[in-house]
Design a protein around this ligand. Structure first.
Ligand SMILES: *Cc1c(COP(=O)(O)O)cnc(C)c1O
Length: 404
C-alpha cells in the first residue's frame, strides 16, 4: 500500500488540471474549523461551497453514517430501501413536492429535471414543445446538457455541438423572457432563485412571480435550481418559501448531504408521471448511506431554531463584512440571503477576488469567490458566533495587508 507523504505538488503530477486548488491540504475538520497537514488552523467560511451545512464531522451525521454503514450500504434501484423512502417522505412532507427522484450531484438532479420537462411536454403537447429558457450568468452543472442550459458561454467553449432548443434570457428581466417564451415551443423555464456561481445575485421577488405567471400562461414547467440556495441556506428550508413562489420542479444537492454526495429532484405527482418505468435512472441514486445522512441533515436543518439561527448569523456576518468594506473601501455592497452572501468588490478592486482568497488563507480564514469581483461566503448553518467573530477579525487583517 502506498503511504508516502503527499504534498500539494503531487496534484500537478497526477490530477487532470481542471482545478487550481489552494496551497494547503486540510486533513481534519471540526465544526467550522479546519486543520492542514502542518497543524495550521483555519476558520471555514467556504463550507465546501455551501455543502457542509452542519460543519465538519457533525457528531449527529457521523453517528447515522456509522449506524447505517453497519446495516446496509447499497442495493441499486433493483430494490428500494428504507432510508430512501423515509427521506422522500420527509421531503414531500416539508415542501410542495409529491414525488422525489434521487441522484448524486447537482448536475444529475438538473439533468433529471430538464429531461422530465422535455418528456412531460412531449407527452402532453407533442415534440415541438421542447425549448428550455434559462438565464445569463446562471449555473446548472457541468454535464453537456446542464452546462448548455447554464448561462456562461465560457464553460461550453470547445465542447460544442451543444444540445439544441436552449435559449438564454436576461436574469431579472421579465421582458426578455416574454420575447422568448411560447405556448407552442417552451417546455420549461429554469432559474436559480439566488444565482450562486454567477455572483450571489438574488432574483427580484416580482421577477419570480412573473416567471410563475408566464409559465402558467404558456403551459411550461417552472424549474427552480436550489442546488446552492436550498437546505436552510437562506434561513428557509428552500428559498422558494422566502419568495412565496412555488415551482413545478426543484433540484437540491450541495447542502443536502452535509458533505456526503446526494441530490434530489422534487416535483408534483402530475409531472412525475412522465418519468415512467425505464425512462430514467441512476445506479447510486437513493443509496442507503447517502439517504440516511441526508435524513439527519433535513431533520436538523428544518428545525425552526436552526433556521432562525441562520438569519441571526447572517445579520452578524453581513454587518461585519459591510463594516470591513466601509473601513477599507473594498466592498460596494453585500448581497444574498441567509448564509449565502456575496461581497461585491469596489471599482478599484475589480478582478481581484482571488487575491482576497489567498490573503485570507494566509491569515487563517477560508472564503470563496463567485466570479472575479465577488467574495462569496457559505459557511456552516450552525457556525458558532465566536467563529464568525474570529473569521471577521482574520479577514480584516487580510484586507489590511492587501490594502497596505
Ligand atoms: C453547484 C451547482 C450545481 C452543480 O452541482 P454539482 O454537484 O457540482 O453537479 C448546479 N446548480 C447550482 C445552482 C449549483 O450551485
Amino acid at each position: 500500500m502506498n503511504r508516502e507523504p503527499v504534498s500539494r505538488e503531487l496534484f500537478d503530477e497526477v490530477m487532470v488540471p481542471n482545478y487550481a486548488p489552494g496551497n494547503i491540504i486540510p486533513v481534519r475538520g471540526e465544526g467550522s474549523r479546519v486543520w492542514d497537514q502542518d497543524g495550521r488552523e483555519f476558520v471555514d467560511l467556504q463550507g465546501g461551497i455551501a455543502v457542509t451545512s452542519l460543519g465538519h464531522c457533525h457528531p449527529g451525521l457521523v453517528g447515522v453514517l456509522q449506524e447505517q454503514s453497519e446495516k446496509i450500504w447499497h442495493l441499486s434501484n433493483v430494490m428500494t430501501n428504507e432510508p430512501a423512502l423515509r427521506l422522500a417522505k420527509t421531503l414531500c412532507d416539508q415542501t410542495f413536492a409529491e414525488r422525489v427522484f434521487f441522484a448524486n450531484s447537482g448536475a444529475e438532479a438538473n439533468e433529471a429535471a430538464f429531461k422530465l420537462a422535455r418528456r412531460y411536454a412531449w407527452e402532453h403537447y407533442g415534440p415541438e414543445k421542447h425549448e428550455i429558457i434559462s438565464f445569463t450568468n446562471s449555473f446548472h452543472g457541468r454535464t453537456l446538457f446542464t452546462v448548455s442550459v447554464g448561462g456562461q458561454a465560457k464553460y461550453l467553449e470547445g465542447f460544442e455541438p451543444a444540445p439544441g432548443g436552449i435559449h438564454h434570457a436576461e436574469f431579472n428581466n421579465l421582458d426578455s423572457v416574454k420575447a422568448l417564451i411560447s405556448k407552442e415551443k417552451t417546455c420549461a423555464v429554469v432559474v436559480e432563485p439566488i444565482q450562486g456561481e454567477g455572483g450571489v445575485m438574488p432574483a427580484d421577488p416580482d421577477f419570480l412571480k412573473g416567471l410563475r405567471q408566464l409559465c402558467d400562461d404558456n403551459n411550461a414547467l417552472l424549474v427552480f435550481d436550489e442546488v446552492q440556495s436550498g437546505v436552510g441556506r437562506t434561513g428557509y428550508l428552500y428559498a422558494y418559501e422566502m419568495y412565496g413562489v412555488v415551482p413545478d420542479i426543484l433540484t437540491s444537492a450541495k447542502g443536502l448531504g452535509g458533505g456526503f454526495p446526494v441530490a434530489a429532484m422534487l416535483t408534483t405527482a402530475k409531472a412525475a408521471k412522465s418519468l415512467g418505468v425505464g425512462t430514467h435512472g441512476s445506479t447510486y441514486g437513493g443509496n442507503a448511506l447517502a439517504c440516511a445522512v441526508a435524513q439527519k441533515v433535513i431533520d436538523t436543518v428544518s428545525q425552526p431554531d436552526i433556521l432562525k439561527g441562520v438569519k441571526a448569523r447572517s445579520e452578524k456576518l453581513r454587518k461585519g463584512m459591510m463594516d470591513i468594506g466601509e473601513r477599507h473601501g473594498v466592498f460596494s455592497e453585500v448581497r444574498g440571503a441567509g448564509l449565502l452572501l456575496g461581497c461585491v468588490l469596489t471599482e478599484q478592486w475589480q478582478g481581484k477576488a482571488k487575491d482576497f482568497l489567498s490573503a485570507g488563507l494566509d491569515e487563517g480564514v477560508m472564503v470563496l469567490m463567485a466570479g472575479a469581483n465577488v467574495i462569496r461566503l457559505a459557511p456552516s448553518l450552525i457556525i458558532p458566533e465566536s467563529d464568525i467573530e474570529e473569521a471577521l477579525a482574520r479577514f480584516e487583517a487580510a484586507v489590511i495587508k492587501l490594502t497596505a
